[in-house]
Every structure is written in C-alpha cells, then in structure tokens.
Design a protein around this ligand. Structure first.
Ligand SMILES: Cc1cc2nc3c(=O)[nH]c(=O)nc-3n(C[C@H](O)[C@H](O)[C@H](O)COP(=O)(O)OP(=O)(O)OC[C@H]3O[C@@H](n4cnc5c(N)ncnc54)[C@H](O)[C@@H]3O)c2cc1C
Length: 308
C-alpha cells in the first residue's frame, strides 16, 4: 500500500510527483510516456523560464526532474486501464496485468486527439492519415493534402502545411470557419489553401498509402472525392478519463470535475489536475500549477486520515 499513485507523466503528473516525493509520501508514478501532449511540438515558446524549447527537450527535462527525486517509484511505459475502490484506498490495474494500491490517487492522464472514426482512418494512420502537422508537414512537400476541422487547430495545420504542400484543402462540416479571426485571414488569403465548408468526410481512400478521401457535400447533396496523399485530422482532443469514470464525476466532455482550489474530485482521496480535468485553460504552465495543488491536497488528505 503506497501513500499516493500518480497516473500520467505530462507536466501535471511530473509536478505532482516532485511535490509528493518532496513531502516524503510513498509515491508511485505510472505513465505511458513522459512529456505529455506537447512532447511532439516543434517548439514551445511560452514555458515560463525558457524562451524556446523543443517538445522533445521539454519531455527530457520533465523526466530528469522526476527521476532525480528520492521517494518515487516510476513505472513507464505502463498504462492504467482500471481503478477500483478498496476498503482503505484504491486499486489500479494496468495493461501489464499489474495491480498497485494506494490510499490516494492523483489523475493527470491528460488527453488525446479525437478521431473521425470513419472507414480507412485506422488502416491508413501513419500511411497518409496524420494528427500532428507540426510533426508531419515536411513529409508532404509538394503533395496535395486535406485538413479536416476548421477550428484553431485546423487553421493552424492548414497554415503549417501550406509552407510545404502544393495544395491544401481545408474541410469543415460547418457553414463557415470557426477559429481565430487572424488565422482565418491568413487561410483565406493563401493561394495554396482551398476551403470546403458544409462537408462531411466519410471515408479515407488508399492502396498502400492514402490517395484520397470521400466526403458528403451537404450543399448539393452529393458524395464527392478529393485526390490527396495526406489527411490531417484536427477535430480536437478528448480527455483520458475512461478508466476512472465510474468513481468520479465527469462533465459531458468527459473532463473530471474538480474543486479548483484543491484539485479534489467528487470521490474523497482522488485528486486530479491538468488536461484531464475541467480546467478551462489547457496549458503546460497551468497543468504544472494544478499538479502541485493536487499533490499538496493529497498530502493534507493523508495527514487528516492520520495515516502518515
Ligand atoms: C501539438 C501540441 C502543442 C502544444 N503546445 C503547447 C505550448 O506551446 N504551450 C502550452 O502551454 N501548451 C501547449 N499544448 C497544450 C499542452 O500540451 C497541454 O495543456 C498539457 O500537455 C497538459 O498537460 P497534462 O500533464 O495535464 O496532460 P498530458 O500532457 O496530456 O499528459 C498526460 C500523460 O498521461 C499519460 N497517460 C495517459 N493516459 C494514461 C493511462 N491510462 N495510464 C498511464 N499514463 C497515461 C500520457 O502518456 C502523458 O504522459 C500543446 C498541445 C499539443 C497537442
């Protein structure tokens, strides 16, 4: 029985881990990987204390910081698949068939990109279907690509891709673009980008690699095809909260509802921080602060239980 188990090794989890370990809590951190979602970013320019850092370097410094703590046990790569309530705490089961127990939990499992869930998407992932323009735009130099989704992420991806691709189709299922106005301006003024609105993407087409997509054009009630070699899916993120949903309250988006002063969830003994929660501002610096709040609250919770 540990004092606390932290799930996740992004900025929120690492911050919670450093603070738990320094409070001398018997801490276990379980994560699929270190660095979290922005580990794939080409550059991070708003991480306070550093003018510019690559996502890979960011992941490295987080990992180094947590591994430098004395009172922490780390399991990586390992994925939590279930959390159960037991009499004096919680039991966690992982994809490696391991189970671990602790009196308190801190959930910092962040989020993942949403998928279209259409035929061909999974089959051609990495063979033309992509989820990170910052990472993969150069692969599509002088090719035709489509970006699905026209919020901030989609607009940003179309702009990134226009620097490399010959032609970029920006596809939205809405009647107009919805993202940031200044990004919309850039997209509308780009000679390389063609905007297709009111379009529902239905299928990814390919052989060995992607060669096109099918969409339903709502305006003229027709199924149409586009010849593209790359399809970037930019339709937002979803929180990684499935494994704990039976134990804590979540909102309709699946975000874990927390008390923002303490990081406490609806279940005594379970705290949460960062992207997986209903925090409004999903940023690295905020995830770190929220992780610290959750760790200090878990410490106070254990003190009050008189288990320390
Ligand atoms: C491409 C990109 C660029 C970004 N750039 C910036 C930026 O420049 N500045 C900024 O402030 N924010 C940026 N963000 C947002 C920022 O990445 C998030 O706000 C931040 O990562 C949230 O941190 P987190 O620790 O809560 O969650 P995450 O970063 O999502 O970390 C979650 C962690 O949990 C692990 N995990 C997930 N599920 C499980 C499980 N079941 N079991 C075990 N481990 C699990 C994951 O491996 C990961 O380590 C960017 C996001 C993206 C996608």
């Amino acid at each position: 029985m540990r004092d606390v188990i932290i799930i996740g090794g992004g900025p929120a989890g690492v911050a919670a881990g450093v603070y738990s370990a320094r409070k001398k809590l018997k801490t276990l951190l379980i994560t699929e990987s270190f660095g979290g979602q922005s580990a794939i970013a080409e550059s991070i320019e708003n991480w306070i204390g550093s003018k510019k850092i690559s996502g890979m370097e960011f992941a490295k410094i987080l990992e180094e910081h947590i591994r430098a703590q004395e009172n922490i046990e780390i399991k990586m790569p390992e994925n939590v698949i279930e959390v159960k309530k037991i009499s004096d705490g919680f039991e966690i089961t992982t994809d490696k068939n391991n189970s671990y127990q602790a009196m308190a939990l801190i959930i910092t499992s962040g989020g993942r990109r949403r998928r279209l869930n259409i035929p061909g998407e999974a089959q051609f992932e990495g063979k033309g279907v992509a989820y990170c323009s910052t990472c993969d735009a150069p692969v599509f130099k002088n090719k035709s690509v489509a970006v699905v989704g026209a919020g901030d992420a989609g607009l940003g991806a179309a702009i990134d891709l226009a620097r490399y691709a010959e032609k970029v189709y920006l596809i939205s299922n809405k009647k107009s673009l919805i993202g940031d106005m200044s990004l919309q301006e850039i997209v509308k003024n780009s000679e390389k980008i063609t905007i297709i609105t009111d379009a529902e993407v239905q299928e990814v087409l390919g052989g060995e690699f992607v060669f096109g997509l099918k969409y339903f054009a709502q305006n003229d009630n027709q199924i149409k095809e586009l010849n593209v070699e790359g399809i970037f899916v930019e339709i937002g993120s979803t929180p990684n909260s499935e494994f704990v949903k039976k134990l804590v309250d979540t909102n309709p988006k699946g975000e874990i509802i927390i008390d923002h002063r303490t990081g406490a969830t609806s279940r005594p003994g379970i705290f949460a921080a960062g992207f997986a929660t209903d925090e409004i501002y999903k940023q690295n610096n905020i995830a770190v602060g929220d992780g610290v709040v959750a760790a200090l609250s878990a410490y106070n919770y254990l003190l009050n239980l008189e288990k320390l």
